[in-house]
Each structure stands twice: as C-alpha cells, then as structure tokens.
Design a protein around this ligand. Sequence first.
Ligand SMILES: *Cc1c(COP(=O)(O)O)cnc(C)c1O
Length: 359
Amino acid sequence: MRVYNFSAGPATMPLEVLERAQSELLDWRGSGMSVMEMSHRSPEFVGIAAEAEARMRSLLSLPDDYAVLFLQGGATGQFAGVPLNLTAPGATAAYVNTGAWSKKAITEAKKYLDVRVLADESASNYATVPPEGSLEVPADAAYLHYTLNETIGGVEFPYVPDAGEVPVVTDASSTILSRPLDVSRFGVVYAGAQKNLGPAGLVVVIVRKDLLGRARREVPSAIDWTAMAEADSMLNTPPTLAWYLVGLVLEWIEQQGGVAGMGERNRAKAELLYGAIDASDFYSNPVDPGARSWMNVPFLVPDGALEKPFVAQAAEAGLSGLGGHRSVGGMRASIYNAMPLEGVQALIDFMTEFERKNG
Ligand SMILES: *Cc1c(COP(=O)(O)O)cnc(C)c1O
C-alpha cells in the first residue's frame, strides 16, 4: 500500500514512473540487461542520456546557447562549483540571504571569494523575499546568487531579480519544472534531482555557454562545467540509473502538459492547502503571502506539544513525512510535482479532523 509522501527530499515520485522503471528493470527495451548494468559508453545508455537532455531542453524551451550538465555532488557541490567555475581568486560575488539554503551557499562561497550579501531577510525570521527592484547589484560582482525556493522556510521568489549585466545564478533545487521559468534571464540554474526531478544522485546545471571557460585551475574535474560540457557530462562514470529515472520523470511531465500543465496543478494544490490553513484559527503559516512557496508549505499548530501527535497520527492515516525540518520544528508539507491533488485533499481532511479533536 502506497502512502502520500510529503517528504522534502528525497521525495515522492510519480507512480507511473516507478511502474515503468519496474517493468524495465530486468530487461531495458530488449537489451537483455538493466540500465544499471549498462556501460555508460554503450549506445543504449548514451541514447538514454541524450534523450533526457533533449526533454529537459524542450520542457524549459532552452535556447541553444545553454549547456545542460548532469553532475554529482548535489546542489551542495554547486555551492562551491558556482564560485570555482565563474571567478578568479580575489573576485566579489553578490548573494541574497532568504534562509537556510542561502546561508549554506554563502558559507561555502566565502571559502573562495568575497561575498557581498545584498539583502538578508533575518529581520522577518526568513518569511519574506526582498521587494522587487530593491537589490542594488554592484557592477563589479561576478554574479548574483539567490535561492529560488527555500525548501525549509517555504519562501519562493515570485520574480526574477534584475542584475543588469551581472549574470544571475539560482539554486532551483526544490522548484525546477514546477511552473514556467524563463531561463534566458539567468546565467546559471542548478537543481539537485531529489525533489522534483527524480531520485538522489544527480544535480542538473544549466549554464549559459559564454560563462564556460572561466573556471579556476584548481576546480575539481567532477564539478568543472567546461570540462563536463565538453565530455557530455561523462568525464567520469555518471549515476546512470538516476539519469535514466530523471528521463522518465521528464517524459511524465511532458504527458502532464509540460511546465504549464504542472504550474496549473501546482497552483491549485498550493491554493487549496494555504486556503485551508488561512481559513483555520488553529493552523498558521508564517510566510508573507506574496512569497509563499508552491512546493514546501510549513505550518504550525497553536501548541508545540501537539506537533508530535500530529505527525504520528498523520503517518498512521497514510500521510508520511510531515515533520518540519529539524532546525525549525513545526510541520511541513512538500507538495512537489509528483504529489497529486488527492494527496493534498487527504491532508486537509486529516487536518480538519485533528483540529476538531484538539482545537
Ligand atoms: C535539498 C536542497 C539543497 C541540497 O541538496 P543536496 O543534493 O543535498 O546537496 C540545496 N538547496 C536547496 C534549495 C535544496 O532544497
């Protein structure tokens, strides 16, 4: 029996994708072997890899002047990959701090360059994004980095910051392909796979090609964008099974109407859940309504002592993974692409019943 899994990541996958992978597990399309047993240099796997890249390009309507890389080391690896690939020692880069993942990106970047934090939302306890037009990006910054969606705080930028000529870099780990995104506004978009793209093990880096060729000599080969672009992301053995599964997820997104279709579904899910929270005097969401995430919905109950019973009783009712991040507590429902509307409705029904018993 499958549960509704609200885990923030690794996260729920589309059932159709899991069933397809199961049906192909022992013998991938007449090859007589599993994808995980294939050489990454075989024509079969090279085809799987190329098809996933083509689907990513088509879903995001990517212009030809962007490279798509499938790397390892997670989004965390790219916290170092961004400064090491884009700057020389002594450079300055601009960052926006909207919460836990921004902070980690900033801490890592400080190892390699001079970080200038243009906005820090700590005054709102990370419940806001800076107002549109408020960022003053220094002209000498090598890039502007921000976290498109803060997975822990549930804060999502509703706009793309304007940085003039300075390339904009974003960590889109927990929101990529959840709704349309104009990638041409960015220099780099990167995203770990285990939220919206598939299983853990891959990070996708989309980089404008004119930004290649700037890496420091000491950049590790495994996160060297230029070398990886030249080698079709196969300078070393890639996580082949994860890459194949991401391809199946991308095909599933196409079948759902692409990012436009996903965006409509995700908007409906988010409106339903925030609507239920706002309509209740029992539950609350701390985030500025203009910056609420469509993907990660943190919520609180009036009495912290009710948190554990909430999470435990929800799990008994087939609603898994609702505990908030260990750093902030409370509850959090991650409602990524693969979470159906019925899962959100089931959560709301449970919340209503829990409030009736404990309110
Ligand atoms: C999950 C997450 C990360 C970390 O990803 P890893 O693959 O564990 O390195 C970074 N940024 C955001 C926004 C995330 O949601």
